[in-house]
Design a protein around this ligand. Structure first.
Ligand code: ADP
Length: 586
């Protein structure tokens, strides 16, 4: 009897093989006569359970399995930006060129173009002592991003024997480094990293700088930091994809990694068609010049979806390690969790809540913990950050389900998208009563120093008004608005303006889609002035409130978003008018 590794069972994306004593956990193997790409996820008594990243139909017992000795890794180096990959870093373009729209199986495709020449400029020199993470040189990867070629993390210390600027492809040696044991490492512009292991850093820092998204609801009320983690749950059609894409387009991260796991195939196709045409509003260049996309269309096997989030986050960490602020969007992580559930079911593991594996919580936590503001490896004191924004699509919008719950436990910002708001076409449909951010203490100082001394006061007055509005709405529904005092009527009037003139923001309107923080503050301060100045009139219970409700000042406030950020005097003038009006009504 042969003792070569051989398939004994095929169950969807899971293959069981015998004679696998030589294999290691998480080793990549080639499965069947076609050499499908798989990963060992369980080893027991010489039998291996293999998660296969390609369609397994037609593969059967008796076919061979070949070990590769490698773990599932990404190839890191110049050429990642502008790429669109499948879940295991095969460029979709290359796959399509090789096999057409219906993916053929067992196709090998390098993550990086191996023939492309890059202009490498050495910044280190022969004789320098270097260690993992130190910069050897740079490559202008795209017009927007300079790629830093770093010493691989596994070289703890060594001396550069040779290094030369010039034109190289990613597999040519750019430097030779002799380590302390006398071993000479030939360093190329590419390096590999196992996707399931976080990349090495020097230290984590407390994230203390806001990620500027330009979205008023987010930046002002439910902010995220550079290096933070956010969760966007919302039912179908509530705006998860639009929000993620708007953030990808406008947020002030330098590099974007977008992982798309579509609910339906055509949804992902839309993203794939649209994204390459988006223009970066800051530079006027195509957004792809600072973006990497990982796409899981619905015709792709479920296991590739499981791997895709790790592939994406490892690439994101690589750019973070160069000292960039990176933002990763995963849309939607519910599909990732479902992939985990399917594989776990086929492994016949003991199911946890709703059939998800018991380790759903720890896997989710491990994923979001890869976010952070960091001190990068290397001696240059580079600081980088990786912000992770995960969309969740709970069935029926019910947040008590396991994926939402586990995500909420580990993310500090929660933007709850609301079906009712999206029906009313109030966008972004972020529910201001339910959403929260635990990062506000981290960025308190930032806004006091950079935006305004009364920044937090203005914010909390506005939030309180919105909360009071919700209570008053209830009263109005029960007994009508006549029962309200003048102050309560004022609360309703100002809250309406906060919702309609401030929170409502159309992502497709190029002027309105992005508001700089200082303008966000000026806008909100002006609207809130209607309340603070209006407090002068509330003792006048006899006043005719319709005078205020129909006053032309309200239409001026409705246009406050049209005032440019630098025209501070225009905001002040409007606040002056509000003050005068209220004084006249008192
Ligand atoms: P989901 O991903 O939650 O299923 P989408 O992101 O596809 O939902 O949004 C559904 C629709 O809602 C969009 O096609 C768009 O018309 C509208 N929409 C969502 N968010 C916004 C926004 N911020 N500005 C304008 N329209 C929006």
């Amino acid at each position: 009897m042969s003792s070569n590794p051989v398939i004994i069972k095929v169950s969807g994306p899971l293959v069981v093989a015998d004679h696998m004593a030589e294999a290691k956990m998480y080793e990549v193997v080639r499965v069947g006569a076609e050499g499908l790409i798989g990963e060992v996820i369980r080893l027991e008594d010489g039998k291996a359970s293999i998660q296969v990243y390609e369609e397994t139909a037609g593969i059967g017992p008796g076919e061979p399995v070949n070990l590769t000795g490698r773990t599932l890794s990404v190839e890191l180096g110049p050429g990642l930006l502008e790429s669109i990959y499948d879940g295991i870093q095969r460029p979709l373009k290359v796959l399509e060129d090789k096999s057409g729209h219906y993916l053929a199986r067992g196709i090998d495709a390098d993550g990086l173009d191996q023939s492309k020449k890059w202009d490498f400029k050495a910044t280190a020199k022969a004789g320098d002592t270097v260690a993992g993470g130190d910069t050897l040189g740079t490559v202008q990867e795209t017009s927007l991003i300079e790629h830093r070629v770093m010493v691989p993390a596994d070289i703890t210390e060594g001396k550069i024997e040779s290094i030369t600027s010039g034109s190289y492809n990613v597999t040519e040696t750019i430097a030779k480094i002799k380590d302390q044991d006398g071993k000479v490492h030939e360093v190329m512009m590419r390096q590999f990293w196992s996707i399931r292991i976080p990349r090495t850093i020097k230290a984590k820092r407390v994230p203390d700088t806001p990620l500027k998204t330009g979205c008023r609801s987010i930046d002002m009320f439910f902010p995220l930091t550079k290096g933070g983690a956010a969760c966007i749950p919302g039912p179908f059609g509530s705006g998860k994809t639009v929000t993620q894409q708007t953030l990808a387009k406008y947020c002030d991260a330098e590099v974007i990694v977008y992982i798309g796991c579509g609910e339906r195939g055509n949804e992902m196709t839309e993203v794939l068609n649209e994204f390459p045409h988006l223009i970066d509003p800051n530079s006027g260049e195509p957004l792809m010049k600072r973006t990497i996309m990982i796409a899981n269309t619905s015709n792709m096997p479920v296991a590739a979806r499981e791997a895709s989030v790790y592939t994406g986050i490892t690439i994101a960490e690589y750019y973070r390690d160069m000292g960039y602020n990176v933002a990763l969007m995963a849309d939607s992580t519910s599909r990732w969790a479902e992939a985990m559930r399917e594989i776990s079911g086929r492994l016949e593991e003991m199911p946890g809540e709703e059939g998800y594996p018991a380790y759903l919580g720890s896997k989710t936590a491990e994923f979001y913990e890869r976010a952070g503001a960091v001190e990068c490896l290397g001696n240059e004191g580079r600081l980088g950050s990786l912000t992770v924004i995960g969309a969740v699509s709970p069935p029926g919008g019910d947040l008590s389900e396991p994926v939402s719950q586990n995500t909420l436990r580990v993310t500090k910002t929660y933007w709850g998208l609301d079906k009712k708001l999206s029906y009313q076409r109030h966008f972004p449909a972020i529910n201001w009563l339910k959403s929260y951010s635990l990062y506000t203490p981290n960025i308190e100082q930032f806004h006091l120093e950079n935006t305004a001394g009364d920044y937090w006061e203005v914010r909390s007055t506005a939030l309180n008004l919105l909360q009071e509005e919700a209570k008053l709405d209830e009263i109005v529904r029960l007994v009508g608005s006549d029962a309200l005092s003048v102050r309560e009527k004022l609360v309703l009037l100002v809250s309406k303006s906060i919702r309609e003139d401030y929170l409502y923001q159309d992502s497709f309107d190029t002027y309105d889609a992005f508001t700089v923080p200082v303008k966000q503050y000026q806008m909100l301060k002006t609207i809130v002035a209607l309340y603070t100045e209006g407090l002068n009139i509330v003792d006048n219970e006899d006043m005719d409130f319709t005078v205020l409700e129909t006053h032309e000042i309200l239409s001026k406030i409705a246009k406050v978003k049209l005032i440019d950020a630098e025209d501070t005097q225009d905001f002040e003038a409007l606040r002056g008018e509000i003050k005068d009006l209220m004084a006249s009504l008192a």
